[in-house]
Design a binder for this molecule. Structure first.
Ligand SMILES: *Cc1c(COP(=O)(O)O)cnc(C)c1O
Ligand SMILES: [Zn+2]
Length: 410
Protein backbone atom coordinates (compact mmCIF):
# COMPACT_ATOMS: atom_id res chain seq x y z
CA UNK A 1 0.00 0.00 0.00
CA UNK A 2 2.22 2.76 -1.25
CA UNK A 3 -0.39 5.46 -0.61
CA UNK A 4 -0.40 4.88 3.16
CA UNK A 5 2.66 6.05 5.11
CA UNK A 6 1.68 4.96 8.62
CA UNK A 7 -0.87 5.41 11.40
CA UNK A 8 -0.27 8.27 13.82
CA UNK A 9 -1.62 8.48 17.37
CA UNK A 10 -3.98 11.42 17.81
CA UNK A 11 -2.90 11.75 21.45
CA UNK A 12 0.90 11.28 21.67
CA UNK A 13 1.95 11.48 18.01
CA UNK A 14 3.62 8.04 18.02
CA UNK A 15 3.59 6.38 14.58
CA UNK A 16 3.05 2.69 13.80
CA UNK A 17 2.68 0.57 10.68
CA UNK A 18 -0.93 0.62 9.48
CA UNK A 19 -1.74 -3.09 9.90
CA UNK A 20 -5.39 -4.21 9.62
CA UNK A 21 -5.66 -5.00 13.31
CA UNK A 22 -3.63 -2.09 14.66
CA UNK A 23 -6.50 -0.02 15.91
CA UNK A 24 -5.15 1.90 18.90
CA UNK A 25 -1.78 3.41 19.84
CA UNK A 26 0.51 0.75 21.36
CA UNK A 27 2.10 3.42 23.58
CA UNK A 28 -0.83 5.35 25.06
CA UNK A 29 -3.98 3.65 23.79
CA UNK A 30 -5.00 6.76 21.84
CA UNK A 31 -7.02 6.65 18.61
CA UNK A 32 -4.96 6.39 15.43
CA UNK A 33 -5.18 8.39 12.23
CA UNK A 34 -4.10 7.03 8.83
CA UNK A 35 -1.60 9.28 7.02
CA UNK A 36 -1.12 9.26 3.25
CA UNK A 37 1.67 10.04 0.82
CA UNK A 38 -0.03 12.82 -1.10
CA UNK A 39 2.81 13.11 -3.62
CA UNK A 40 2.36 9.45 -4.45
CA UNK A 41 -1.43 9.77 -4.81
CA UNK A 42 -1.02 12.81 -7.02
CA UNK A 43 1.49 10.99 -9.22
CA UNK A 44 -0.76 7.93 -9.72
CA UNK A 45 -4.18 9.55 -10.22
CA UNK A 46 -5.21 13.00 -11.42
CA UNK A 47 -8.64 14.42 -10.73
CA UNK A 48 -9.37 14.33 -14.46
CA UNK A 49 -8.60 10.61 -14.60
CA UNK A 50 -10.84 10.15 -11.58
CA UNK A 51 -13.76 11.91 -13.29
CA UNK A 52 -13.48 9.36 -16.13
CA UNK A 53 -13.69 6.30 -13.90
CA UNK A 54 -16.56 3.89 -14.45
CA UNK A 55 -16.59 2.25 -10.98
CA UNK A 56 -19.85 3.38 -9.37
CA UNK A 57 -19.14 2.84 -5.67
CA UNK A 58 -16.94 4.24 -2.90
CA UNK A 59 -14.12 2.05 -4.22
CA UNK A 60 -13.66 4.40 -7.17
CA UNK A 61 -11.43 6.35 -4.72
CA UNK A 62 -9.09 3.40 -4.15
CA UNK A 63 -5.93 5.58 -4.30
CA UNK A 64 -7.24 7.56 -1.30
CA UNK A 65 -8.11 4.48 0.76
CA UNK A 66 -6.05 2.26 3.10
CA UNK A 67 -6.52 -0.91 1.06
CA UNK A 68 -4.58 -2.70 -1.65
CA UNK A 69 -7.74 -3.87 -3.36
CA UNK A 70 -11.09 -5.29 -2.33
CA UNK A 71 -10.56 -8.87 -3.45
CA UNK A 72 -13.12 -10.98 -5.29
CA UNK A 73 -15.59 -11.37 -2.43
CA UNK A 74 -19.10 -10.12 -3.28
CA UNK A 75 -19.66 -6.53 -2.08
CA UNK A 76 -22.74 -4.40 -1.75
CA UNK A 77 -22.77 -1.23 -3.85
CA UNK A 78 -21.88 1.42 -1.28
CA UNK A 79 -21.51 5.13 -2.06
CA UNK A 80 -22.13 7.21 -5.18
CA UNK A 81 -25.25 8.60 -3.55
CA UNK A 82 -27.00 11.52 -5.25
CA UNK A 83 -26.28 15.18 -4.59
CA UNK A 84 -29.44 17.21 -5.22
CA UNK A 85 -29.61 20.95 -5.72
CA UNK A 86 -32.31 21.88 -3.22
CA UNK A 87 -33.94 24.99 -4.64
CA UNK A 88 -37.39 24.52 -3.15
CA UNK A 89 -36.01 23.81 0.29
CA UNK A 90 -33.79 26.91 0.03
CA UNK A 91 -36.78 29.03 -0.89
CA UNK A 92 -38.82 27.77 2.04
CA UNK A 93 -36.15 28.61 4.57
CA UNK A 94 -35.33 31.96 2.98
CA UNK A 95 -31.86 30.92 1.91
CA UNK A 96 -30.47 32.86 -1.07
CA UNK A 97 -27.30 30.84 -1.47
CA UNK A 98 -26.78 27.43 -3.09
CA UNK A 99 -27.91 24.41 -1.12
CA UNK A 100 -27.28 20.78 -1.97
CA UNK A 101 -28.66 17.71 -0.23
CA UNK A 102 -26.40 14.66 -0.24
CA UNK A 103 -28.80 11.76 0.29
CA UNK A 104 -26.71 9.06 1.92
CA UNK A 105 -29.87 7.33 3.10
CA UNK A 106 -29.80 5.74 -0.36
CA UNK A 107 -26.92 3.43 0.49
CA UNK A 108 -27.67 -0.34 0.43
CA UNK A 109 -28.66 -0.59 4.10
CA UNK A 110 -29.92 3.00 4.04
CA UNK A 111 -27.33 5.00 5.98
CA UNK A 112 -23.93 6.65 5.59
CA UNK A 113 -22.58 3.95 7.94
CA UNK A 114 -22.40 1.58 4.96
CA UNK A 115 -19.24 3.41 3.94
CA UNK A 116 -17.55 2.44 7.21
CA UNK A 117 -18.94 -1.08 7.32
CA UNK A 118 -17.85 -1.87 3.76
CA UNK A 119 -14.34 -0.86 4.83
CA UNK A 120 -14.58 -2.90 8.06
CA UNK A 121 -15.45 -6.05 6.11
CA UNK A 122 -12.44 -5.63 3.80
CA UNK A 123 -10.08 -4.97 6.74
CA UNK A 124 -11.48 -7.95 8.67
CA UNK A 125 -10.77 -10.18 5.66
CA UNK A 126 -7.23 -8.77 5.46
CA UNK A 127 -6.82 -9.65 9.15
CA UNK A 128 -7.99 -13.19 8.43
CA UNK A 129 -11.12 -12.88 10.59
CA UNK A 130 -14.45 -14.52 9.85
CA UNK A 131 -16.50 -12.83 12.58
CA UNK A 132 -17.01 -9.09 13.11
CA UNK A 133 -18.66 -7.41 16.07
CA UNK A 134 -19.83 -3.95 16.99
CA UNK A 135 -22.01 -1.99 19.30
CA UNK A 136 -24.20 0.61 17.77
CA UNK A 137 -27.14 2.93 18.19
CA UNK A 138 -28.56 1.02 15.18
CA UNK A 139 -27.13 1.99 11.81
CA UNK A 140 -23.54 0.84 12.32
CA UNK A 141 -25.08 -2.48 13.26
CA UNK A 142 -27.47 -2.83 10.34
CA UNK A 143 -24.84 -1.72 7.86
CA UNK A 144 -22.27 -4.12 9.28
CA UNK A 145 -24.78 -6.98 9.23
CA UNK A 146 -25.68 -6.27 5.59
CA UNK A 147 -22.17 -5.77 4.27
CA UNK A 148 -20.91 -8.81 6.19
CA UNK A 149 -23.77 -10.96 4.91
CA UNK A 150 -22.84 -10.08 1.33
CA UNK A 151 -19.26 -11.12 2.03
CA UNK A 152 -20.24 -14.32 3.85
CA UNK A 153 -19.02 -13.22 7.28
CA UNK A 154 -20.64 -13.73 10.68
CA UNK A 155 -21.63 -10.78 12.88
CA UNK A 156 -22.30 -10.24 16.57
CA UNK A 157 -24.23 -7.05 17.16
CA UNK A 158 -24.90 -5.19 20.41
CA UNK A 159 -27.64 -2.56 20.31
CA UNK A 160 -29.44 -0.68 23.07
CA UNK A 161 -32.98 -1.96 23.63
CA UNK A 162 -34.37 1.43 22.50
CA UNK A 163 -33.16 0.91 18.88
CA UNK A 164 -36.02 1.51 16.38
CA UNK A 165 -37.75 -1.61 15.04
CA UNK A 166 -36.77 -0.96 11.42
CA UNK A 167 -33.08 -1.19 12.28
CA UNK A 168 -33.54 -4.31 14.41
CA UNK A 169 -35.57 -5.90 11.58
CA UNK A 170 -32.64 -5.25 9.21
CA UNK A 171 -30.28 -7.01 11.61
CA UNK A 172 -32.47 -10.08 11.86
CA UNK A 173 -32.98 -10.17 8.10
CA UNK A 174 -29.21 -10.03 7.46
CA UNK A 175 -28.75 -13.03 9.78
CA UNK A 176 -26.78 -11.27 12.50
CA UNK A 177 -26.51 -12.61 16.04
CA UNK A 178 -28.20 -9.73 17.87
CA UNK A 179 -27.86 -8.86 21.53
CA UNK A 180 -30.36 -6.18 22.62
CA UNK A 181 -28.82 -4.60 25.71
CA UNK A 182 -31.21 -3.43 28.37
CA UNK A 183 -29.30 -0.20 29.10
CA UNK A 184 -27.89 2.96 27.55
CA UNK A 185 -25.63 3.13 24.50
CA UNK A 186 -22.74 3.54 26.95
CA UNK A 187 -23.66 0.22 28.64
CA UNK A 188 -24.01 -1.42 25.22
CA UNK A 189 -20.58 -0.22 24.10
CA UNK A 190 -18.94 -1.50 27.28
CA UNK A 191 -20.42 -4.98 26.99
CA UNK A 192 -19.42 -5.25 23.33
CA UNK A 193 -15.85 -4.20 24.13
CA UNK A 194 -15.56 -6.92 26.77
CA UNK A 195 -17.01 -9.55 24.44
CA UNK A 196 -14.74 -8.56 21.52
CA UNK A 197 -11.75 -8.83 23.84
CA UNK A 198 -12.87 -12.23 25.07
CA UNK A 199 -13.78 -13.80 21.71
CA UNK A 200 -11.16 -12.06 19.48
CA UNK A 201 -13.73 -10.92 16.91
CA UNK A 202 -12.85 -8.17 14.44
CA UNK A 203 -13.75 -4.85 16.10
CA UNK A 204 -16.01 -2.53 14.10
CA UNK A 205 -16.45 -0.06 16.92
CA UNK A 206 -16.00 3.13 14.97
CA UNK A 207 -14.15 5.24 17.46
CA UNK A 208 -11.53 2.58 18.07
CA UNK A 209 -10.97 1.48 14.50
CA UNK A 210 -9.34 4.21 12.36
CA UNK A 211 -10.21 2.50 9.07
CA UNK A 212 -13.90 3.19 9.52
CA UNK A 213 -13.35 6.92 9.31
CA UNK A 214 -11.42 6.28 6.11
CA UNK A 215 -14.54 4.64 4.71
CA UNK A 216 -16.77 7.48 5.88
CA UNK A 217 -14.51 10.10 4.31
CA UNK A 218 -15.56 8.87 0.86
CA UNK A 219 -18.73 10.95 1.29
CA UNK A 220 -16.55 14.07 1.02
CA UNK A 221 -14.57 12.71 -1.92
CA UNK A 222 -17.92 12.24 -3.66
CA UNK A 223 -19.26 15.66 -2.74
CA UNK A 224 -16.10 17.27 -4.10
CA UNK A 225 -16.20 15.24 -7.30
CA UNK A 226 -19.93 15.86 -7.83
CA UNK A 227 -19.26 19.61 -7.54
CA UNK A 228 -16.34 19.25 -9.97
CA UNK A 229 -13.90 20.00 -7.15
CA UNK A 230 -15.47 23.34 -6.33
CA UNK A 231 -15.63 23.12 -2.54
CA UNK A 232 -18.77 24.44 -0.78
CA UNK A 233 -18.45 27.09 1.92
CA UNK A 234 -20.14 24.83 4.49
CA UNK A 235 -20.96 21.19 5.07
CA UNK A 236 -23.73 20.54 7.61
CA UNK A 237 -24.28 17.20 9.30
CA UNK A 238 -25.47 15.56 12.51
CA UNK A 239 -23.00 14.42 15.16
CA UNK A 240 -23.20 11.57 17.68
CA UNK A 241 -19.96 9.71 18.43
CA UNK A 242 -18.13 12.17 16.18
CA UNK A 243 -16.66 9.68 13.68
CA UNK A 244 -18.75 10.90 10.77
CA UNK A 245 -17.81 14.55 11.10
CA UNK A 246 -14.18 13.55 11.61
CA UNK A 247 -14.40 11.42 8.46
CA UNK A 248 -15.99 14.22 6.46
CA UNK A 249 -13.14 16.52 7.49
CA UNK A 250 -10.50 13.89 6.71
CA UNK A 251 -11.90 13.46 3.20
CA UNK A 252 -11.57 17.14 2.39
CA UNK A 253 -8.13 17.34 4.00
CA UNK A 254 -6.86 14.40 1.95
CA UNK A 255 -8.17 15.99 -1.24
CA UNK A 256 -6.50 19.24 -0.26
CA UNK A 257 -3.27 17.42 0.56
CA UNK A 258 -3.25 15.77 -2.85
CA UNK A 259 -3.91 19.10 -4.55
CA UNK A 260 -7.38 18.18 -5.89
CA UNK A 261 -9.06 21.14 -4.16
CA UNK A 262 -7.73 24.57 -3.29
CA UNK A 263 -9.63 25.27 -0.07
CA UNK A 264 -11.51 23.55 2.74
CA UNK A 265 -15.15 23.94 3.82
CA UNK A 266 -16.32 25.02 7.27
CA UNK A 267 -18.18 22.30 9.13
CA UNK A 268 -21.60 22.86 10.69
CA UNK A 269 -21.82 20.38 13.56
CA UNK A 270 -25.43 19.77 14.50
CA UNK A 271 -26.52 17.97 17.66
CA UNK A 272 -29.81 17.55 19.50
CA UNK A 273 -30.23 20.04 22.36
CA UNK A 274 -31.12 17.06 24.56
CA UNK A 275 -27.73 15.45 23.97
CA UNK A 276 -24.92 17.70 22.77
CA UNK A 277 -21.65 16.97 24.60
CA UNK A 278 -19.48 17.58 21.51
CA UNK A 279 -21.08 20.90 20.57
CA UNK A 280 -20.92 22.08 24.19
CA UNK A 281 -17.16 21.50 24.25
CA UNK A 282 -16.59 22.74 20.70
CA UNK A 283 -18.39 26.03 21.28
CA UNK A 284 -16.23 26.61 24.37
CA UNK A 285 -13.11 25.74 22.28
CA UNK A 286 -12.08 23.09 24.76
CA UNK A 287 -11.28 19.38 24.43
CA UNK A 288 -12.71 18.86 27.93
CA UNK A 289 -16.12 17.46 27.07
CA UNK A 290 -18.60 16.40 29.74
CA UNK A 291 -20.95 13.38 29.46
CA UNK A 292 -24.64 14.18 29.04
CA UNK A 293 -27.95 12.34 29.23
CA UNK A 294 -29.41 10.94 26.00
CA UNK A 295 -32.60 13.00 25.65
CA UNK A 296 -33.59 13.06 22.00
CA UNK A 297 -35.77 11.04 19.64
CA UNK A 298 -32.91 11.07 17.11
CA UNK A 299 -31.63 7.70 18.30
CA UNK A 300 -28.59 7.59 15.97
CA UNK A 301 -27.09 10.66 17.62
CA UNK A 302 -28.30 10.04 21.19
CA UNK A 303 -24.73 9.59 22.36
CA UNK A 304 -24.10 10.93 25.86
CA UNK A 305 -20.52 9.62 26.01
CA UNK A 306 -19.04 10.26 22.55
CA UNK A 307 -16.45 7.69 21.47
CA UNK A 308 -14.48 9.90 19.12
CA UNK A 309 -14.53 13.34 20.75
CA UNK A 310 -10.88 14.12 20.00
CA UNK A 311 -11.08 13.77 16.24
CA UNK A 312 -14.52 15.41 16.12
CA UNK A 313 -13.51 18.41 18.23
CA UNK A 314 -10.33 18.88 16.22
CA UNK A 315 -12.28 18.70 12.97
CA UNK A 316 -14.70 21.39 14.13
CA UNK A 317 -11.92 23.60 15.47
CA UNK A 318 -9.60 23.18 12.47
CA UNK A 319 -12.38 23.93 10.00
CA UNK A 320 -13.37 27.07 11.90
CA UNK A 321 -16.64 25.23 12.30
CA UNK A 322 -20.01 26.24 13.62
CA UNK A 323 -22.05 24.40 16.23
CA UNK A 324 -25.85 24.36 16.21
CA UNK A 325 -28.13 22.52 18.62
CA UNK A 326 -31.70 21.74 17.59
CA UNK A 327 -34.77 20.58 19.51
CA UNK A 328 -36.68 17.41 18.65
CA UNK A 329 -39.44 19.64 17.24
CA UNK A 330 -36.95 21.26 14.88
CA UNK A 331 -35.74 17.81 13.81
CA UNK A 332 -39.29 16.64 13.04
CA UNK A 333 -39.86 19.87 11.16
CA UNK A 334 -36.73 19.28 9.04
CA UNK A 335 -37.96 15.75 8.25
CA UNK A 336 -41.22 17.20 6.92
CA UNK A 337 -39.35 19.89 5.02
CA UNK A 338 -37.00 17.42 3.29
CA UNK A 339 -39.89 15.16 2.39
CA UNK A 340 -42.27 17.82 1.18
CA UNK A 341 -39.85 20.02 -0.76
CA UNK A 342 -37.30 17.50 -2.04
CA UNK A 343 -38.83 14.04 -1.87
CA UNK A 344 -36.08 12.98 0.49
CA UNK A 345 -37.15 10.71 3.37
CA UNK A 346 -34.81 11.04 6.35
CA UNK A 347 -34.73 9.41 9.76
CA UNK A 348 -34.51 11.94 12.62
CA UNK A 349 -30.68 11.97 12.80
CA UNK A 350 -30.65 12.04 9.01
CA UNK A 351 -32.58 15.32 8.98
CA UNK A 352 -30.73 16.87 11.89
CA UNK A 353 -28.02 18.46 9.71
CA UNK A 354 -30.73 20.16 7.66
CA UNK A 355 -32.49 21.28 10.85
CA UNK A 356 -29.24 22.89 11.97
CA UNK A 357 -28.69 24.53 8.61
CA UNK A 358 -32.21 26.01 8.70
CA UNK A 359 -31.53 27.40 12.16
CA UNK A 360 -28.14 28.77 11.07
CA UNK A 361 -29.83 30.57 8.17
CA UNK A 362 -32.66 31.92 10.32
CA UNK A 363 -30.38 33.19 13.04
CA UNK A 364 -28.00 34.72 10.51
CA UNK A 365 -24.98 32.65 11.61
CA UNK A 366 -24.15 31.89 8.00
CA UNK A 367 -24.18 34.29 5.08
CA UNK A 368 -27.39 34.15 3.04
CA UNK A 369 -25.45 33.72 -0.21
CA UNK A 370 -23.16 30.90 0.94
CA UNK A 371 -22.87 27.48 -0.73
CA UNK A 372 -23.79 24.60 1.56
CA UNK A 373 -24.01 20.83 1.39
CA UNK A 374 -26.32 19.24 3.95
CA UNK A 375 -25.73 15.51 4.39
CA UNK A 376 -28.77 13.31 5.02
CA UNK A 377 -27.13 10.46 6.91
CA UNK A 378 -29.96 7.92 7.20
CA UNK A 379 -33.28 6.93 5.59
CA UNK A 380 -36.68 7.51 7.16
CA UNK A 381 -37.96 3.97 6.62
CA UNK A 382 -35.68 2.88 9.45
CA UNK A 383 -37.80 4.68 12.01
CA UNK A 384 -41.39 4.71 10.87
CA UNK A 385 -42.76 5.59 14.31
CA UNK A 386 -40.99 8.95 14.32
CA UNK A 387 -41.83 9.55 10.66
CA UNK A 388 -45.53 9.24 11.50
CA UNK A 389 -44.95 11.48 14.50
CA UNK A 390 -43.52 14.10 12.13
CA UNK A 391 -45.93 13.71 9.25
CA UNK A 392 -49.18 12.66 10.93
CA UNK A 393 -51.76 10.00 10.05
CA UNK A 394 -53.54 9.85 6.66
CA UNK A 395 -57.19 10.37 5.90
CA UNK A 396 -59.25 7.18 6.43
CA UNK A 397 -62.53 6.62 4.59
CA UNK A 398 -64.86 3.80 3.59
CA UNK A 399 -64.66 2.85 -0.13
CA UNK A 400 -67.33 5.41 -1.04
CA UNK A 401 -66.91 8.09 -3.72
CA UNK A 402 -69.48 10.41 -2.12
CA UNK A 403 -67.60 10.32 1.18
CA UNK A 404 -64.32 10.95 -0.66
CA UNK A 405 -65.79 14.00 -2.41
CA UNK A 406 -67.11 15.29 0.87
CA UNK A 407 -63.76 14.79 2.54
CA UNK A 408 -61.98 16.62 -0.29
CA UNK A 409 -64.46 19.50 -0.01
CA UNK A 410 -65.71 18.87 -3.56
C1 LIG B 1 -24.20 7.29 13.21
C2 LIG B 1 -25.08 8.31 12.64
C3 LIG B 1 -24.82 9.68 12.77
C4 LIG B 1 -23.68 10.24 13.55
O1 LIG B 1 -22.41 9.69 13.28
P1 LIG B 1 -21.32 9.67 14.44
O2 LIG B 1 -20.13 9.06 13.84
O3 LIG B 1 -21.89 8.82 15.55
O4 LIG B 1 -21.13 11.07 14.89
C5 LIG B 1 -25.70 10.56 12.18
N1 LIG B 1 -26.79 10.14 11.49
C6 LIG B 1 -27.05 8.82 11.33
C7 LIG B 1 -28.26 8.44 10.56
C8 LIG B 1 -26.22 7.88 11.90
O5 LIG B 1 -26.52 6.58 11.75
ZN1 LIG C 1 -0.28 7.39 21.60
Amino acid sequence: MKQVIHARCTMCGHTVEAAPETTVCPVCGGILDIEYDYEYIRSTLSKYELLDRTERSMWRYMEFLPVEGIGRTPRLRVGCSPLYKAEKLSQEIGFKGTLYIKDDGLNPTASLKDRASAMAVVKAEEAGKTTIACSSTGNAASSLAGNAAAAGMKTFIFVPARAPKGKVAQLMMFGAKVILVDGSYEDTFRLSAEAIDHYHWYNRNAAINPYLMEGKKTVSLEIAEQLLFKVPDYVALSVGDGCTIAGVWKGFKDLYGAGYIDRLPRLISVQASGCCPINTAASAHTMEWVPQEENTLADSIAVGVPRNPVKALRAIEESDGITVNVSDEEILDAMRLLGRTQGVFAEPAGATGTAGLKKAVETGIIEKDASVVSIVTGNGLKDVANAIKAAGEPLMLPPDMAKLRAALGD
